[in-house]
Design a protein around this ligand. Structure first.
Ligand code: C2E
Ligand code: MG
Ligand code: MG
Ligand code: MG
Length: 283
């Protein structure tokens, strides 16, 4: 009868909830060991300048190979790493690895690009950003200008004064700052000029719909704002030549997306580099 059906549905819902809570608990427990067990891997995704036809940078993106569950996406484990505070030592490790790797590319492959690392709000709250960045730069010998931090609007807006203060300290080392997923947050445009930011990254949701007139208007305006504030602009999630043509026509020349390359391991980046040198990426 109806009463029982309702009960069963409730129980089913309960079990579903338990399952996702269990998974979260399991991931939380295993995250603590993952760093020591070297289960994290950093992937690098190219940023391509279509104006000069050159690689201008890369974004470091974290992967977690769980021994039983397989690949866990950052969308799932980063929030858990933030809740548990593990994100702070994890970001310290990423900064150290990325700077050392960039220095190797610099010295061995004559590749001079800047590599960006995604920042969590927890890192700003910890007050350890400056210390972590200087440590990674000193240990590697990488010039500050080859490191970039990606922050989101929500980080920038949470404790604006202190965030700006911390960003200024790292920028004095030459480190660059970009505003990630730009256009998706609800921060006030009115204070954008007060943020120590070098680059706006147009969120991929706009690029995906860049065949639609309303999204084209938004993209054009982001590019104009960047130009007027003397900031660089990068398009994220670029997958088609139509998107590239549109972006170029509006004055955006730096692209990141599957069209140019997915996030790749250090080894795959090497062969990707050889391939792009010989075949020259189109458009
Ligand atoms: P994000 O920083 O905005 O990174 C861009 C995401 O878009 C990446 O997903 C990338 O793989 C994906 N992407 C790039 N090009 C394309 C494309 O052409 N098409 C599509 N469909 N997707 C594309 P990923 O690696 O899964 O990372 C998701 C998010 O997780 C990142 O978004 C970032 O917010 C966070 N994340 C990743 N690594 C780290 C990290 O080391 N630290 C922190 N704090 N967050 C990280
Ligand atoms: Mg990013
Ligand atoms: Mg993004
Ligand atoms: Mg994102």
């Amino acid at each position: 009868n109806a009463k029982n059906a309702g009960k069963n549905r409730y129980r089913f819902f309960d079990e579903e909830m338990n399952r996702s809570q269990l998974r979260k608990l399991l991931l939380e427990k295993d995250l603590r060991k993952a760093m020591i067990h070297e289960e994290f891997k950093i992937m690098y995704q190219p940023k391509w300048d279509t104006g000069t036809n050159r690689l201008v940078g890369m974004e470091a993106l974290l992967r977690w190979q769980h021994p039983q569950l397989g690949l866990v996406s950052p969308g799932e484990f980063i929030p858990i790493a933030e809740d548990t505070g593990i994100i702070v030592p994890l970001t310290r490790w990423i900064l150290t690895e990325v700077c050392a790797q960039n220095k190797r590319w610099n010295d061995q492959n004559d590749m001079h690009v800047s590599i960006s690392v995604n920042m969590s709000i927890r890192v700003f709250e910890s007050g350890l950003l400056y210390e972590m960045v200087t440590e990674a730069l000193h240990a590697s010998g990488l010039p500050g200008g080859r490191l970039e931090l990606e922050i989101t609007e929500s980080i920038a807006m949470s404790d604006v004064i202190d965030t700006i203060r911390q960003l200024h300290t790292v920028r004095e080392l030459g480190v660059k700052v970009s505003l990630d997923d730009f256009g998706t947050g609800y921060s006030s445009l009115g204070s954008l000029d007060e943020l120590p930011v070098d680059t706006l990254k147009i969120d991929q949701t706009f690029i995906r719909k860049s065949n639609q007139t309303p999204k084209q208007a938004i993209i054009s305006n982001i590019i104009t704002i960047a130009r007027n504030l003397n900031m660089e602009v990068v398009a994220e999630g670029v997958e088609t030549s139509e998107q590239i043509e549109f972006l170029q026509s509006r004055g955006c020349h730096v692209m990141q997306g599957y069209y140019y390359g997915k996030p790749m391991s250090v080894t795959d980046i090497s062969s990707w580099l050889k391939h792009t040198q010989s075949s020259k990426v189109p458009v």
